[in-house]
Design a protein around this ligand. Structure first.
Ligand SMILES: [Fe+2]
Length: 241
């Protein structure tokens, strides 16, 4: 097993994600993840983001709510988006939910009918910047599947953007297809992705003091709703070295 400070690199490469146990401090997590690439400033400009339910977000599909978060990749408005995402569990939910869910977008794209695959690879989408704190990216105009200079495919996806025109919409958002980035076709692609995700996902309730790391340019992710508001994860974005 090829490991970097406990990260099984072969597993991360082959299945798109891996879990590292026994990581007990912020410093230990940052040291380990720093071996994969550079830690990146997130939406609020900070290297660490606390995923913890907070008042004021009850009606939103947002990290600081307890609601289900639908299938997406992180920071699609960045160029490139973070190479890896990591969630370090500090307090595990005991309500039986609050799983992080992952599925392989390369496989999703490969299994699409040819016409829809061409849309994913060819039709430009405005991936807005999502820079609420005035940091980060102004947004990019790219297809959902971008061929990088190195020949590797970079996937961007957001069920919310394609169906509601916004990354963190109200749970009851209802937007006319003509106001959406890919119109009715985008709604169809989002629904296909949800369907694929429902049947193919792995659901991981990250153990306390463990770090889940995944390839954010390849894997779709989502989160199940939960009720235990003690749940606390620290999120990192890591560039691909
Ligand atoms: Fe996310």
């Amino acid at each position: 097993m090829t490991t970097v400070l406990g990260v099984d690199l072969a597993e991360l490469r082959d299945q798109g994600y891996t879990v590292v146990d026994g990581v007990r401090t912020d410093d230990a997590a940052a040291r380990m993840l720093g071996e994969l690439g550079d830690l990146m400033p997130q939406y609020d400009g900070m290297l660490r983001y606390q995923v913890k339910a907070a008042p004021g977000f009850e009606g939103k599909r947002y990290s600081k709510s307890t609601n289900t978060i639908l299938v997406h990749t992180e920071a699609p408005g960045w160029s490139p988006p973070p190479g890896y995402l990591a969630l370090h569990c500090r307090v595990q939910a005991t309500c039986g939910s609050g799983h992080t869910e992952l599925a392989d977008a390369y496989r999703f794209v490969a299994e699409l009918p040819e016409a829809e695959r061409e849309v994913m690879r060819g039709r430009l989408v405005d991936w807005v910047g999502h820079n609420t704190a005035g940091t980060g990216s102004a947004g990019v105009r790219k297809p959902a599947v971008e061929l990088s200079d190195g020949g590797r495919e970079i996937v961007r996806f957001s069920y919310n953007l394609l169906t509601a025109g916004h990354y963190d919409p109200p749970v009851d958002a209802d937007v006319a297809p003509e106001d959406l980035p890919l119109g009715a076709l985008g709604i169809e692609l989002a629904q296909r992705a949800e369907e694929f995700f429902r049947t193919q996902k792995v659901s991981i309730l990250i153990p306390q003091d463990s770090v889940l790391i995944w390839d954010n340019q390849r894997m779709l992710h989502a989160r199940s709703s939960y009720t235990d508001t003690r749940r606390h994860l620290t999120r990192y974005w890591i560039s691909r070295n």
